[in-house]
Ligand binder design. Sequence first.
Ligand SMILES: Cc1cc2nc3c(=O)[nH]c(=O)nc-3n(C[C@H](O)[C@H](O)[C@H](O)COP(=O)(O)OP(=O)(O)OC[C@H]3O[C@@H](n4cnc5c(N)ncnc54)[C@H](O)[C@@H]3O)c2cc1C
Ligand SMILES: NC(=O)c1ccc[n+]([C@@H]2O[C@H](COP(=O)([O-])OP(=O)(O)OC[C@H]3O[C@@H](n4cnc5c(N)ncnc54)[C@H](O)[C@@H]3O)[C@@H](O)[C@H]2O)c1
Length: 481
Amino acid sequence: MSIHYDAIIIGSGQGGTPLSIAFAKAQHKTALIESSHVGGCCINEGCTPTKTMIASGRVAYLTRRGPQYGIYTGDQTDAAQNDIKVNMEVVRQRKRDIVDRFRSGSERRIREAGVDLIFGTASFNDEQTVHVRTMDGHEMSLTTDRVFICSGERPAIPKIDGFDVAAFPPGAILDSTSIQELGVVPSHLVVVGGGYIGLEFGQLFRRLGAPVTIIQRGAQLLPREDADVAEAMLGVLKEDGVRVLLNASPTAIRPAGDGDPAIAVAVSVGVSGQGGQSELRASHVLFAAGRVPNTEMLKLGAANIETTARGHIIADAQLRTSNHRVWALGDVKGGPAFTHISYDDFRLLRTNLLEKGNLTVGERLVPYVVYTDPQLGHVGLHEHEARKQYPGRRLQVASMPMSYVARALETDETRGLMKAIVDTESQRILGFTCLGIEGGEIMSLVEMAMIGGVQWTALRDAIWAHPSLAESLNNLWGFLK
Ligand SMILES: Cc1cc2nc3c(=O)[nH]c(=O)nc-3n(C[C@H](O)[C@H](O)[C@H](O)COP(=O)(O)OP(=O)(O)OC[C@H]3O[C@@H](n4cnc5c(N)ncnc54)[C@H](O)[C@@H]3O)c2cc1C
Ligand SMILES: NC(=O)c1ccc[n+]([C@@H]2O[C@H](COP(=O)([O-])OP(=O)(O)OC[C@H]3O[C@@H](n4cnc5c(N)ncnc54)[C@H](O)[C@@H]3O)[C@@H](O)[C@H]2O)c1
């Protein structure tokens, strides 16, 4: 016998959870199906745990730099950096506690709203029937008027000839989830991929004491950034002691085979344009080379839901799929993969379907923050994008080193730069980047100006409290070219 629901949501991520609550509160009979744990990637394996661990890395960094501020952990006559010890079990436990708290809070709110929370894996039987294999092995068949797919993505395993994870000691080959469960500091961590995940973990484990090498296929780190920003980020990581190989990819990853558990993996690296291979020997390898959508388990064909070649669900500007009863939100539909985008997708669906609105994803302003230290905050267009998008318009760029910011000097955190792209005629800000201390918060100030259509001259002329980081928005415009 099948149960009928007004709405079924697949995946309790950052879009799926609030959507299920909104439907239940609007008196729709609603089921939320989750195959793993409530909260999705962000709470369990993404934003929450990583930013919690990164906070430990920052404490390690500042403690080591203590003598520069006159603060010593031991003998003051020793000019060497403060000696620190890292207990990964404590770092990990702090992360686990915060994740547990966030997850249980989320689960409580789902149940209190009257959502039927079903732990199991969902797939389609036909256009209107969802099959669930529950965690305890039961089969359920649910019919429904509407389905919302928010099943997210998972780490991709790069294609490397002959690579077989089973050949390695358990825990030597890591992804962004398993690396968070390490109980020891790696004796050499090799990171494959110089994107968000590679940079955040690479710098974190360097700060926790591991030698780290990042292998990045492209000519720069963070391929979507302007080259000058990526170059500045490279400088930051190098200064922190992270080794970065650009234009490089692993050509073979195999067991090191010399019986030393501290060196379990041998990584052959090829650099494009250069013949030959070099070999890295590592205790651990982290794959941070992108993510793939969780769609193959869903049997989307049975419901006539179309996907891209990479498996992302194709959705229109109102998030509707090729099946008019089915919508897709969050990472699973491709495009910017951030928690705040998944949440904005929820907002759009709530407005359109429960409040008779007519929103589209249209021209949304996408901010993001890479939580390296200093942070890289960005909103709107990059310079290279703005020049491509507006070939006929006069654009100006202001780029100012963080060493011009009084507060950054006072706190001795002057690494990085801020950069704005403006339209000369309208004086509107088209894009802003801050690689700098609290770069995400500074970026958010500029985002607010962009939302309000505030011209750059208003930021230049505003009275900002001294000596705040915001005050730098007075001076930046002196660098406009
Ligand atoms: C290491 C890391 C750090 C990150 N840091 C940040 C950050 O700082 N800021 C930021 O904005 N973003 C960050 N992200 C990205 C962010 O986590 C994702 O963009 C966000 O979680 C996507 O949310 P979602 O709602 O699309 O899906 P998810 O949160 O991925 O949730 C999908 C859910 O669906 C479930 N599911 C999958 N298939 C099925 C099925 N067949 N049946 C039932 N359930 C299913 C999964 O178990 C999962 O719980 C990070 C990601 C990673 C990996
Ligand atoms: N702070 C944040 O907001 C945050 C943090 C982490 C992750 N995320 C989200 O998760 C997504 C996935 O992160 P990610 O870092 O895995 O992906 P990514 O796409 O950002 O970066 C992957 C990098 O790996 C490189 N690469 C791919 N294959 C390679 C290979 N074989 N050898 C060497 N390099 C290779 C690519 O050139 C790219 O630079 C991000 O795009 C982002 O949307 C966000």
